[in-house]
Design a protein around this ligand. Structure first.
Ligand code: ADP
Ligand code: MG
Length: 303
């Protein structure tokens, strides 16, 4: 990929599983929590296509979590319209279908872990989908292997580290094979290396499955990884576009968002005539690109 500004792009329009390319559509969506004086979400228009990675970014209280709950059909809009997979969330009969095709991952995994072993916990997400035991076992094994936590299958989730518990919660979301994965600050409460692991898992899952990813965050480095960014402020979507354009926006700077160091580094290198071939804005990917640039790519073993 020659254009580093397009990093993270990976559509799968041709995926035959899905008949409709638009996974989520919001038109003029507003939401106010009962008894509060302001709209938490105020007139948001938004579209997420299959295979797309869209990031919701904005300061605390800007409406990210509310938008995630609206997108997953947990909250219904006070005004405007939401369609998920072409189905209107205002139609009560359709809500079970909509919810069965969305998974929501939250910041605190302990709000999502229920069973006494990892395997049972992950399988729990499938209990209401009416699958055979055999298929449940296959799906659980597959997702545990994908996330590299198969060795934890018989452990009690509560004895695991935060990073491991996050992966178990994520496994419970992915095992349902959603068409839309909504991640509400799922990288919160982690150290940088573990955050990057979760982001890599989210993105590679998205690329394998052809599903869509809507990820709420306030971290610039995660914004950089997305195909498209939506900046929220006071419940309004004040910008929608490519992450690199967002970083150059006056309003984003005022809200404390700046290009992350990796992006600054890549831009400076490009200015000096050494554009990086960056498949993704992660520390390890950039390290790979830099190694390739200086001509001794030792696969990260160091010397
Ligand atoms: N359960 C709730 N009841 C009342 N107000 C809420 C509730 N959850 C969020 N809010 C308010 O809605 C607004 C948006 O919050 P939220 O969606 O949590 O934003 P973010 O996730 O970006 O921090 C804030 O003003 C917040 O105080
Ligand atoms: Mg939030």
């Amino acid at each position: 990929m020659a254009d580093p500004e397009k990093a993270g792009n990976g559509s799968s329009r041709e995926n035959p599983k899905y008949e409709s390319a638009t996974v989520l559509e919001m038109e003029g969506v507003g939401f106010r929590y009962p008894g509060t004086p302001h709209d938490a979400v105020d007139g948001v228009d938004l579209r997420v296509e299959e295979g797309e990675f869209v990031v919701l970014v904005g300061p605390n209280g800007s409406g990210k979590s509310t938008l995630c709950r609206l997108a997953s059909g947990l909250l219904l809009p006070s005004r405007g319209r939401i369609r998920a997979f072409g189905l209107d969330t205002a139609e009560e009969d359709l809500l079970p279908t909509i919810r069965s095709q969305c998974s929501l991952v939250l910041q605190n995994p302990d709000h999502q872990l229920l069973a006494s072993t990892v395997r049972e916990d992950v399988a729990f997400g499938l209990s209401r989908l009416g699958l055979e035991m055999e298929e449940i076992r296959e799906r659980v094994d597959e997702v545990l292997a994908f996330l590299g936590i198969d060795s934890l299958a018989d452990r009690d989730p509560l004895t695991l580290s935060m990073g491991e518990r996050k992966k178990v919660a994520l496994a419970g979301a992915l095992v349902r094979r959603p068409r839309l994965l909504i991640s509400d600050e799922s990288t919160g409460m982690l150290d940088p290396a573990s955050r990057e692991e979760i982001m890599e898992a989210l993105i590679s899952w998205k690329e394998r499955s052809g599903a869509a990813l809507l990820h709420a965050t306030h971290r610039e480095e995660e914004v950089a990884m997305a195909d498209r960014a939506i900046l929220l402020n006071g419940g309004r979507a004040v910008f929608t576009g490519r992450p690199m354009e967002l970083f150059d926006l006056e309003e984003a700077r005022e809200l404390g968002l700046a290009p992350p160091p990796l992006v600054e580094l890549a831009r400076e290198l490009a200015r000096r005539g050494h554009p990086l071939s960056t498949p993704r804005w992660s520390f390890h990917r950039i390290a790979d690109s830099l190694s390739a640039l200086v001509g001794h790519d030792d696969g990260g073993q160091g010397s």
